[in-house]
Write a protein that binds this ligand. Structure first.
Ligand SMILES: [Mn+2]
Length: 309
């Protein structure tokens, strides 16, 4: 796993992306075998890495330079073509990253990669919950005969934990709606969120301290993220999402996260840049959370091991 990508996230000086020293580790995972609508997610990691060279290293919201903690981008692995084999492959890849003491981040790729990543986190963290930001409930037991489809992500995750919180949802089938009611699942629709019906603190309190965060970028408004595998109108604005993320990182120990479902389009420069910005914001929020929890004494000046427990 020590092989570096030719393009490093943010393209900082060499010492800040040294795979041995960096606290954060990004695995680009351009898998596109689980999609059902638009293609383009396979090219997304590369586009985000390229766009990241334009992201300012200083974060004005946090008044800090999070990159100094060290962020290494791994080379893109050879990914099996079938969803079932892929699920095992990403599990092993993420397990290796965690075993090396790195904070794991996966850059997709379509959403079918998340349950395997989560399975790796479950080996190290128990109890652990999941927070999903997504336009879609993803609770179908299977989709187009594939239980590992990107439309079944939360169904597969719920086999591993009962602690889930789904935010920004605005698309589901009636069977999913029935399941949510029957099992009283914590699903906050976009409609409820806009009515100010969401008590995020109460929702977060029901989860264990440790959580995995999975962000399907179709949770955003299509003005911000213009191309995704399955776009839906009416999503989160940039600052609504940052507000939610600030609350999540203030209250929870987020032990890993992924960003999935960006679809590339040759004329779209906005969306990959927004995802690069988002990725960097989240790394900053994680470091800020470690400082608030007194697991770090200050913003790091040089690469360090990120405490994960
Ligand atoms: Mn989605």
């Amino acid at each position: 796993m020590v092989n570096k990508n030719n393009i490093q996230f943010l393209q900082p000086d060499e010492i800040y992306c040294d795979p041995l020293k960096a606290g954060f580790c990004i695995l680009p995972y351009p898998f596109e075998g689980g999609i059902s609508f638009h293609s383009g997610t396979a090219k997304a990691p590369q586009a985000v890495l390229q766009a990241s060279s334009q992201v300012e290293l200083y974060d004005e919201m946090l008044d800090a330079e999070p990159f100094r903690a060290g962020i290494c981008t791994l080379e893109t692995p050879n990914i099996p073509a079938k969803t079932k084999e892929m699920a095992d492959h990403i599990y092993k890849s993420c397990k290796t990253i965690i075993e090396k003491g790195k904070y794991p981040i996966v850059l997709g790729g379509d959403h079918s990669i998340s349950p395997g990543f989560f399975k790796a986190l479950c080996r190290f963290h128990n109890p652990i919950g999941v927070i999903q930001l997504d336009a879609h409930a993803d609770l179908r037991d299977q989709y187009e005969d594939d239980p590992h489809s990107h439309a079944s992500v939360m169904a597969r995750i719920r086999e591993q934990t009962e602690h889930t919180l789904q935010l920004g949802i605005r698309s589901m089938c009636i069977e999913e709606a029935d399941l949510i009611k029957r099992e009283n699942l914590a699903v906050e629709t976009m409609h409820e969120l806009r009515k100010n019906d969401l008590n995020i603190n109460a929702a977060l309190e029901r989860l264990p301290d440790k959580v995995f965060l999975t962000i399907d970028v179709d949770v955003f408004d299509t003005g911000l993220i213009q191309h995704t595998g399955t776009p839906e109108p009416g999503g989160l604005t940039w600052y609504e999402a940052l507000g939610l993320l600030r609350e999540i990182f203030a209250k929870k120990n987020v032990v890993g996260f992924d960003l999935v479902e960006l679809a590339c389009h040759p004329d779209d420069w906005v969306s990959p840049f927004a995802v690069a910005r988002l990725l960097y914001k989240i790394i900053g929020l994680k470091i800020n959370s470690l400082i608030n929890r007194k697991q770090l004494i200050a913003w790091p000046k040089k690469p360090l091991k990120v405490p994960v427990n």
